[in-house]
Design a protein around this ligand. Structure first.
Ligand SMILES: [Zn+2]
Ligand SMILES: [Zn+2]
Length: 386
């Protein structure tokens, strides 16, 4: 069953204020609380559903992520998202960690507490996340390089508050809970535990009147179209970094980077190994025996004539110099290797059968490889007899 929209679950509009969301959640939690619904089998799942929705919508960053990606924001391995970050947690929050790998700020909020003295003092306005874009191209495109237009959903600096997150561009004020430190201390048994300040989420500042356009985030979601230059010679796994084309930072923080991950699709004629290309070409039994010419395709869309020497055996390789892939970072262009595969004819007519029988009767010293093989086999069997 498809997961319900979190706003629908709580019965609020997309633009609902934090206060509205809290009120709607309380109402539902009361209504569906299992203690009050002993004889209503649906109540428990409704109660859980409301809890799940509220967990996300009450948190500005999670809510922004949900607004942007929907439920996919909380699934591991979503299309966008940076690489894994260090210090992943365990327990119930671990799932969030994988879902939020591209929201550095959230990650720090969830796990900052457990990193001990790794960081002290207050957080600066968070840098925007790096974005990953997977781009699949053909081998021909990898050969020639290409200009590609890509559209990415991303966060950009909110123009209404110029990225400050405060209504009308007014300045944020120092957080009263932590006096701007971003951290609070609490006694826990024998230990004093330092935690990220719950009031300001570690930023050290709070916004009295959040910007209505971006809900105090200082950034809004938008689709951007970029023209990307993919150089000739890229291969699967090549990363192209576009500095400053990632997400806008939180509240005016620096912008992240965009990484294009290249995947080159398999080709039905050519196999690639680094800069070299391999192509398996069938050769008729008669051409292989008598010698001849074959025409082979090249990755640039052209063709090359290749001489088949008389007496060519299956598996013989010919090299076409410089007909491989260009090298990504300078260096010589690769070669193309043709592997000859001698094909045994099928669907013979009775005339052909007759000719081959006559050929066979005429044969002597025509198959040195076979003769060599059977000599070895005879030696092997003789050896077994002792
Ligand atoms: Zn704003
Ligand atoms: Zn604070």
């Amino acid at each position: 069953m498809a997961k319900r929209d979190f706003y629908d679950v709580l019965g609020v509009s997309r633009g609902a204020s934090d206060e509205d969301i809290k009120r709607a959640y309380r109402k539902r939690a009361k209504e569906f609380h299992p203690d009050r619904n002993a004889d209503n089998p649906d109540a428990e799942s409704k109660f859980k559903e409301a809890n799940e929705a509220y967990e996300v919508l009450k948190d500005a960053e999670k809510r922004a992520a949900y607004d942007r990606f929907g439920h996919a924001a909380f699934e591991p391995g979503m299309g966008m998202g940076g690489g894994p970050r260090p210090g992943g947690g365990r327990g119930p929050q671990a799932d969030f960690a994988s879902a939020f790998t591209d929201f550095s700020g959230v990650f720090d909020d969830l796990f900052g507490d457990f990193r001990g003295g790794a960081r002290s003092g207050r957080q600066r306005a968070a840098r925007g996340s790096d974005l990953r874009y997977n781009l699949r191209i053909s081998l021909e495109e990898a050969y020639g390089g290409l200009q590609k237009s890509i559209t990415i959903p991303t966060a950009v600096t909110c123009s209404a508050c110029r990225g400050t997150g405060a209504e009308g561009g007014s300045e944020p004020v120092t957080c009263p809970t932590c006096s701007g430190m971003g951290k609070v201390r609490a006694q826990q048994g024998f230990f004093t535990v330092e935690r990220t300040c719950p009031t300001c989420s570690g930023l050290g500042q709070i916004i009295k009147n959040p910007c209505p356009v971006c809900h105090g985030q200082g950034r809004t979601e938008k689709e951007r179209t970029l023209s990307v230059n993919i150089p000739a010679g890229v291969e699967t796994g090549t990363r192209i970094r576009l500095s400053g084309e990632g997400e806008a930072g939180m509240r005016g923080g620096p912008t992240g980077d965009l990484y294009i991950f290249i995947e080159v699709a398999e080709h039905n004629l050519f196999q690639r190994d680094g800069v070299n290309l391999y192509c398996r070409v069938p050769v008729s039994m008669t051409s292989a025996a008598l010698g001849g010419d074959i025409e082979v395709p090249t990755i640039d869309g052209g063709r090359s004539r290749v001489k088949v020497p008389a007496g060519t055996q299956s598996g013989r390789q010919m090299r076409l110099r410089g007909k491989g892939m260009p090298a990504l970072r300078g260096g010589a262009q690769g070669d193309m290797f043709i592997e000859m595969a001698v094909e045994t004819p099928v669907n013979l007519t009775s005339k052909q059968r007759q000719l081959l029988r006559e050929f066979d009767e005429e044969s002597q010293d025509n198959h040195p490889e076979s003769e060599n093989f059977f000599t070895k086999v005879k030696g092997f069997w003789d050896g077994m007899k002792g």
